[in-house]
Design a protein around this ligand. Structure first.
Ligand SMILES: [Zn+2]
Length: 464
């Protein structure tokens, strides 16, 4: 019967149909196909109740469907599952049993809902906790089937979230633990283009906090670094000229993800400028950039270093510093020119800045810890008469500091003597088990230029 009907439809001319009737035919066709799905379920149920798969040599109905119909494994699984949930099965004595999802099955037999609607309803029903009573479960299924008859599968999915929250108001403890475990943001190392990959997952609270920020700061026309006339900050600030913003939005060719990125950048800058972040290791929380005076004069080429161990093209560092507030530029010194000489145990902010410029990071040979992870320590122990002069201070990370001691396995530190190659820098003297001759070493990690110079010297190239 179906074959004859399809033959007729394939042969019939559509050219003469008015527009309205094309839409009517589409709708009628969809309804028939949906009802045909219910016929499919009946066939699956019939084949399984007759044990056809086994007698044809298949160990499951799914395997039979794959071979007989040449359909995918996923499709076959879905059809068997749907037949189980919507089909009318029989007891051993032959009495019909109501379908597991009776209202959904009825909606499909009427042709009101399709395969995706059914999948959406079944997905919600599977998530209803076992503790929920039978009546409530039956009611939920009726509500979802009713929604499915009037909306799209997405509508059912959306409503399902709410229905589940209603049936299980305390939430699922396991899920909450899962969210706590999964939350995280990882920020990758800078690659050769100096770009950093971020990835991770936000919990619902972080997401709720982020969305309104992006809605305003990432809207087209706002915070566009490629457009000097683009307004900065919050897109709904009354001081922003509506017409200027509209014009900037019309010129804005950034993608949505690029606008998000620029919003992050603008938000972070504003946060640093606001001062709410307080101080970090005695200094205002800010971007601290180190470069040489020569680099500033050229204003191009080369990289500046941040106190957190990042790299920044000189042009970008200078552009950041132009806006002054969140950026502090230091100039690195080869020696230790500042002799502030305060007789205090704690290093002052000035001294810390001078050390960031001079040391760049932890001074223990081979350690890569940036200045932001270091504390200021006395090159000679304060108790033994060490000065709080800048010349008597050095940056050391906590792990390395633990290795400085008077024991047989401990390192000792001193200032490199005058007239030596790296006069004034902190020298680390290894314990005998690392170097029996105990030759002092300095850390070149935060002064990559020195290593390059050294290598050029080794291969006999004139360093110019
Ligand atoms: Zn270290």
């Amino acid at each position: 019967m179906l074959t004859a009907a399809v033959d007729g439809l394939l042969d019939s001319g559509l050219r003469d149909l008015p527009d309205g009737e094309i839409v009517d035919v589409m709708r009628a066709m969809e309804q028939s196909l949906r009802r045909a799905e219910a016929v499919s379920h009946r066939l699956v149920v019939e084949s399984v109740e007759r044990s056809l798969p086994a007698s044809l040599g298949y160990n499951s109905p799914k395997k039979m469907l794959i071979e007989v119909l040449r359909i995918s494994g996923a499709d076959a699984s879905a059809r068997v599952t749907a037949a189980r949930e919507l089909g009318v099965w029989h007891t051993l004595s032959g009495d019909p049993m109501p379908p597991a999802l009776p209202e959904t099955a009825a909606a499909q037999c009427d042709g009101d809902i399709g395969v995706d609607h059914v999948r959406a309803v079944a997905k919600v029903m599977r998530k209803i906790p076992h503790a929920v009573g039978n009546d409530a479960v039956a009611h939920a299924e009726a509500v979802l089937a009713h929604l499915a008859r009037e909306g799209t599968p997405e509508d059912v999915e959306q409503a399902g979230h709410r229905l589940l929250a209603y049936l299980n108001p305390d939430g699922n403890l396991g899920d909450d633990r899962d969210r706590k475990r999964r939350r995280g943001i990882s920020i990758g190392r800078q690659d050769t283009e100096l770009m950093s990959r971020i990835s991770g997952e936000l919990d619902p609270v972080a997401r709720a906090l982020l969305d309104p920020i992006l809605a305003k700061w990432a809207r087209p026309g706002m915070n566009n670094p490629d457009d000097p006339d683009s307004p900065t900050g919050d897109g709904e600030n009354p001081s922003i000229d509506r017409e200027v913003l509209a014009a900037a939005a019309a010129r804005d060719t950034r993608t949505a993800v690029q606008r998000n990125h620029d919003a992050f950048s603008a938000v972070f800058r504003t946060l640093l400028e606001s001062g709410v972040l307080g101080r970090h290791r005695g200094l205002p929380t800010t971007v601290i950039v180190t470069m040489t005076l020569e680099q500033v004069e050229k204003a191009a080429g080369g990289l500046a270093t941040t106190a957190t161990g990042g790299l920044l093209p000189i042009e970008d560092a200078l552009a950041l510093a132009e806006d002054a507030h969140p950026v502090l530029v230091l100039f690195d010194h080869t020696g230790r020119p500042l002799h502030l000489g305060r007789r205090r145990r704690l290093a002052s902010a000035d001294q810390r800045l001078a050390l960031i410029a001079a040391d760049g990071g932890c001074t223990r040979p081979g350690c890569a810890a940036p200045a932001s992870l270091c504390a200021v320590h006395h090159v000679t122990d304060w108790h033994k008469g060490g000065h709080t002069d800048i010349g008597g201070l050095t940056l050391v990370c906590d792990a390395c500091h633990a290795q400085v001691n008077d024991g047989t396995a401990g390192w000792t530190t001193r200032s490199a003597p005058e007239h030596s190659t790296h006069a004034g820098r902190t020298e680390w003297i290894p314990p005998p088990h690392i170097d029996p001759s105990r030759r002092p070493r300095i850390n070149h990690r935060h002064h990559p230029g020195e290593l390059i110079e050294h290598a050029r010297g080794q291969v006999g190239v004139d360093s110019g």
